[in-house]
Design a protein around this ligand. Structure first.
Ligand code: NI
Length: 263
């Protein structure tokens, strides 16, 4: 019923108990998950899970927070994206949250890396998975300059105010909400959850991080996307089924994944 559009089940704590993670998904009616790459060094573990699990898909990319990792080229991302289970480029984007004494000017390497990913998305016609933190103006500017609206994609784990969501929506992007939407003080995110057009909404866990209430502070896993979905259904005053149906349809359409035949 629900789909987790963004998780890291290759990470420690999830990858080493994968059969449990998949069982729990079945139990809570989470049918599919997208395991998102954060660097080239650990990409093999992402692809390995996607190859072994029919209902898990993969992406290729290097996260803006992973600074001292091998830098990808457009050609390399394009090549890696040929893998049959790879359905997106990312996660990529900008993160100015931890500048560690540097200025925003010093972060040109992040902006270059982001442009590389957008160019790879154009070349492969695969959507982008974009992370933005403390950097929304530059993120939106680079998206515009590189015409990211052509491949399109998703602003993942969205925590920005509504005006940023509007600008991303205007660039043909989807908005994905994580367990943060269940946190009492996350009023900006709840506002976005109410206002995003239903056909542009995705849900995710970003597990192992950011477990939703009632598991807040505990390790997260894809099964818990059901709590994210149910909470948003309440905020939007719709049914769990309608919210699940719409976000699942959006997932398969955005990532161009052939819909599995229902048994
Ligand atoms: Ni992530």
């Amino acid at each position: 019923m629900f789909v987790d559009s963004h998780c890291h089940i290759n990470f420690e704590g999830l990858g080493d108990r994968l059969p449990d993670v998949l069982d729990k998904m079945r139990e809570l009616q989470v049918t599919h998950a997208l395991c998102v790459s954060v660097d080239l060094e650990t990409l093999p573990s992402v692809l390995d899970i996607a190859e072994r699990c029919e209902n898990v898909y993969a992406s290729v990319g290097v996260h803006p927070d992973h600074e001292h990792m091998r830098e990808p080229s457009v050609a390399e991302l394009v090549e890696l994206a040929q893998h049959p289970k790879v359905c997106a480029i990312g996660e990529t984007g900008l993160d100015y949250y931890r500048l560690e004494g540097r200025s925003i000017d010093d972060m040109e390497w992040q902006r270059e890396r982001f442009r590389t990913h957008i160019r790879a998305a154009h070349r492969t016609d695969k959507p982008l998975i974009i992370h933005t933190r403390s950097s929304s103006a530059d993120t939106l500017r680079i998206m515009r300059e590189e015409r990211a609206e052509v491949p399109g994609g998703v602003m993942h784990c969205f925590t920005e105010p509504w005006d940023v969501a509007e600008q991303a929506l205007a660039q043909n992007f989807h908005i994905s909400l994580s367990g943060i939407v269940t946190f009492k003080k996350a009023t900006d995110v709840q506002d976005v959850a109410r206002r995003v057009p239903i056909e542009r909404l995705l849900i995710e866990t970003d597990s192992p991080y950011l477990a939703p209430v009632p598991y807040r502070g505990k390790p997260n896993e894809p099964a818990y996307v059901s709590y994210v979905g149910r909470h948003i259904a309440q905020l939007r005053e719709t049914t769990d089924e309608a919210l699940a149906q719409a976000t699942t349809d959006n997932f398969f359409r955005l990532f161009k994944i052939a819909r599995p035949v229902a048994h």
